[in-house]
Design a protein. Structure first.
Length: 75
């Protein structure tokens, strides 16, 4: 018997929902813990999409980088 696949976009929605649950800063590792079954590449892709849309901002680089949601009116 084959595995049942999640509907298209379900993992993206899962990552977006997890981002919304964070009140302050968060890391990729913390996001991965809230999204079991979602690959690191998918998490990073969603982060890039959200960043391009101006919804989140990356602070730092590398494994210690933190992300946070942007405030209304923030540059």
């Amino acid at each position: 018997m084959g595995e049942t696949k999640a509907p298209r976009g379900a993992k993206t929605d899962q990552v977006n929902s997890a981002i919304e649950q964070f009140a302050g800063e968060f890391s990729v590792a913390q996001l991965e813990l809230r999204c079991p079954g979602v690959s690191r590449d998918m998490v990073r892709r969603v982060l890039r999409e959200q960043q391009a849309a101006g919804k989140i901002k990356c602070q730092g680089r590398g494994p210690a980088a933190k992300w946070r949601k942007r405030s209304f009116g923030e540059d």
